[in-house]
Design a protein around this ligand. Structure first.
Ligand code: PYL
Length: 275
C-alpha cells in the first residue's frame, strides 16, 4: 500500500518551490522542468508549456482531502510554465468543471492512484512511474551517469520496482532490499538484479542509493559521501545521517508531479491539444 502524505508533509511545498528548484540544480545539474523532460526522454524545447492548461481536481473519497495537496500540485505545475488551477468543486463535479474549461490535462488523486489525464486522447500518466523515472534521472544527474556503477534500491514496491528496472536499463548493477524478502525475490525473477537480505551491509557497501522505502535509515549504516535519491516518505534521515551523506534528493511531491505533467503533455501531438 502506498504511504499517504500528511498535511504536515505538504504544508511547506508552495513557499519552498524556488529553493527546491535551486537545490535540484545544484545536486543534479537540472531544474525541475529539465529533470522531468530527461525522465521521459524528451528535450525541454519540444514542450511549449505556456500553451498547456491543467485542472487539478480535489478528491474526497477514502481518507479524503489532504490540506493544500491540490494547491501544491497546481503551484508545482505553474512553476513549469503551464497554466494550472484547482477546480471549485471536488470529485465528479470538479472533473466536469475541468472538462468544460477545456483543460488539456486533468490531475486527480484518491488513496490508490494519482494520475494526470491527457484530455485530448485519454492517455494518462501515473505518480508511481513518474516518481520512479524522475528520481532515477536525479540520481543519474547527481552521480554523473549510472552505466557500469553499483546502485542499491531500497523498497520493492511500485516505485522501487520501476526504478530498479530503469536503472538496470541504464547499465548499472542493481541490488535490491525489501523488508519483505519475497517481494525482492519476486522482482529478481523478472529483472536482472541481486537481492540483499541485510540492509545495513547493503547500505555500507554502496555509494549510490535509490530509496523508495518508508523506513528510517540509520546513520551507522550510511557510507560516508554516499548519494541518495530518496522519494520515500517520511523523510528517512536524522541529523547524524545527514552529516555522512554527500547528497540527498528528496521532496514530498515536486518531481513526481512535474514528470506527470510533462509526460501527459507529451502524449499530445500539437494538433491533439484539447482546444
Ligand atoms: C501522491 C502521494 C505520493 C505518496 N503518496 C501519495 C498519496 O499521499 N496519495 C493520497 C493523495 C490523496 C489526495 C486527496 C486530495 O486532497 O485530493 N484525495
Amino acid at each position: 500500500m502506498m504511504t499517504r502524505l500528511t498535511d504536515d508533509m505538504v504544508k511547506d511545498i508552495i513557499c519552498s518551490l524556488d529553493s527546491t528548484d535551486d537545490t535540484l540544480v545544484s545536486l543534479t545539474g537540472m531544474n525541475t522542468l529539465e529533470l522531468a523532460c530527461d525522465a521521459i526522454g524528451i528535450s525541454p524545447d519540444t514542450i511549449n508549456t505556456h500553451d498547456i492548461r491543467v485542472g487539478v481536481v480535489p478528491v474526497t473519497s477514502g481518507l479524503g482531502i489532504i490540506t493544500r495537496f491540490s494547491d501544491s500540485v497546481a503551484e508545482i505545475i505553474k512553476k513549469l510554465g503551464m497554466e494550472a488551477f484547482v477546480t471549485e468543486s471536488p470529485d465528479v463535479a470538479g472533473l466536469a468543471e475541468a472538462l468544460s474549461a477545456k483543460c488539456d490535462i486533468i490531475f486527480m488523486a484518491d488513496d490508490v492512484q494519482f494520475i494526470a489525464i491527457n484530455a485530448g486522447n485519454g492517455r494518462y500518466s501515473n505518480n508511481s512511474f513518474s516518481t520512479a523515472a524522475g528520481y532515477v534521472s536525479a540520481l543519474k544527474g547527481a552521480a554523473k551517469g549510472l552505466a557500469g556503477k553499483a546502485v542499491l534500491v531500497l523498497g520493492a514496491g511500485r516505485v522501487g520496482s520501476i526504478a530498479a528496472e530503469l536503472i538496470v536499463s541504464m547499465g548499472a548493477e542493481v541490488t535490491i532490499y525489501d523488508i519483505d524478502g519475497k517481494k525482492a525475490n519476486d522482482l529478481s525473477r523478472r529483472v536482472k538484479i541481486k537481492v540483499a537480505d541485510d540492509v545495513g551491509a547493503a547500505l555500507s557497501s554502496h555509494d549510490l542509493i535509490f530509496n523508495a522505502s518508508p523506513a528510517p535509515i540509520e546513520a551507522d549504516h550510511i557510507r560516508e559521501g554516499s548519494i541518495f535519491s530518496s522519494p520515500g516518505i517520511p523523510f528517512p534521515f536524522d541529523d547524524a545521517g545527514l552529516k555522512k551523506v554527500k547528497a540527498v534528493i528528496h521532496d514530498p511531491l515536486n518531481i513526481g508531479v512535474a514528470v506527470m505533467a510533462v509526460q501527459s503533455a507529451s502524449f499530445s501531438g500539437p494538433m491533439e491539444l484539447n482546444r
